[in-house]
Design a protein around this ligand. Structure first.
Ligand code: FAD
Length: 375
């Protein structure tokens, strides 16, 4: 038995990060309670991409069967110009045969993590907002973007608006749909779409904007605004947007990666520690990696302050690098005029001459195995 056996742990937040941590802690013998402010776990959200780095954790937690059943294979990322013309196809399946690049509805991933957590003895209390972080021997803040625990450890911090707003929507999947993610890039805007299980297509559409007030996931918007913003796009985009009957819009803000992730009895993970822009599809993946690593560090060393310091040391550099890479992608997708033509020509050439090199730029993200790297 490791150092976690029989120890109590309180997790604030039942999102993907909190539930992964809760399950990993419980599997190592901790007595875990999760406090989640929402009355239900499966209310909102749309598609999430899960790459092999996070799939290693799901495997190690014994979830690869249910995960594969609830998700679909996403074997490539295809970059297109705004009219639908091919710029570059990054063939993930060829670059890393046998590895899991998949897409899943956020609610389905939450459901399979929470089922497994409950089956491992985790108590999940819904409708339980935590206003003041309680004084307990081990408290894990997995409370997302507006984390109270992050503020308690680091002081208040003001995120800045990135001048980008994103819509997300789900539509029925067309017959014979191309598998994998497609990115349509136009001046000041881009649209990403991929199939999900259950006959659904996920759409995330990002537009540069002057101003914004709220930061959150679920502000409803009129689909006509989305259609208007992408009226100049071609290929399958107009047909897809025609089918949107409901959509949500959110303002994309940048937060610095928290300098301090822990003290002697508290730690933060996931969006609470390192909120990211969605342009590398790694928000959920990083939260999953964090949850595993935190439990492994605590189990390997009975000296809790030292274990928590090791957790931050293992995670912060990687997460900060991913957050920076996601921000750089936003700039590259939205180029205008001559810069766009030049960049797309370069990508087309790279795709023809050295397709492996394009994947190679991101290999450090996908080839990382958090299970092997943890103690
Ligand atoms: C409602 C919602 C919808 C999302 N939709 C998408 C999507 O469509 N596509 C996508 O790629 N990503 C989506 N995300 C983000 C993605 O899930 C996260 O970036 C990623 O999974 C990191 O997870 P996390 O567990 O760190 O944080 P989150 O997923 O944000 O989870 C944090 C959890 O903590 C709870 N919480 C917050 N404050 C308190 C408190 N004071 N007391 C108790 N509980 C609290 C929240 O209700 C939430 O369940 C969504 C997140 C949320 C919350």
């Amino acid at each position: 038995m490791g150092a976690l056996a029989g120890r109590p742990a309180l997790v604030v937040g039942g999102g993907i990060g909190g539930l992964t941590a809760a399950l990993a802690l419980a599997r190592r013998g901790a007595a875990v309670t999760v406090l989640e402010r929402a009355p239900r776990l499966d209310e909102v959200g749309a598609g999430i991409q899960i790459s092999p780095n996070a799939a290693h954790v799901l495997d190690a937690l014994g979830l690869s069967g249910p995960f594969r059943a609830a998700s679909v294979d996403s074997p490539a990322v295809t970059l297109r110009d705004h009219r639908g013309g091919l710029v570059l196809r990054m063939d993930l399946a060829a670059a890393r045969p046998g590895q899991d690049f998949r897409t899943i509805h956020r609610a389905r991933l939450i459901a399979l993590l929470s089922d497994a957590a409950r089956a491992s003895g985790v108590t999940i209390r819904l409708d339980s907002p935590v206003e003041e972080p309680p004084d307990v021997p081990l408290l894990i803040g997995a409370d997302g973007l507006h984390s109270r625990l992050r503020a308690a450890l680091n002081g208040a911090e003001t995120p800045f608006f990135t001048r980008q707003a994103a819509w997300r929507a789900l539509i029925p999947l067309e017959p014979g749909a191309q598998p994998g993610a497609q990115v349509f890039m136009g001046a000041g805007r881009h649209l990403v779409s991929y199939p999900l299980a259950g006959g659904l297509r996920n759409i995330v559409a990002v537009e540069e904007r002057g101003s914004w007030t709220v930061e959150g996931w679920s502000l409803p918007d009129d689909p006509a605004n989305l259609r208007r913003a992408f009226a100049g796009f071609g290929g399958p985009v107009p047909g897809w947007l025609e089918q949107v009957t409901r959509c949500a819009v959110w303002g994309l803000h940048r937060h610095p990666v928290a300098p301090r992730w822990h003290d002697d009895r508290r730690a933060i993970l996931g969006d609470a520690a390192h909120p990211t822009l969605p342009f590398l599809a790694q928000g959920a993946c990083m939260a999953i990696e964090d949850g595993w690593t935190l439990a492994a560090c605590l189990d390997a060393d009975a000296d809790q302050p030292r274990a928590l310091a090791r957790y931050q040391a293992l995670r912060r550099g990687r997460c900060a690098r991913i957050v920076d890479a996601a921000s750089a992608n936003a700039r590259n997708y939205h180029l205008d005029g001559a810069r766009r033509l030049a960049a797309h020509a370069l990508l087309r050439m790279a795709g023809r001459l050295a397709p492996g090199a394009v994947f190679g730029r991101f290999a450090w993200v996908y080839d990382f195995d958090p299970v092997a790297a943890a103690p």
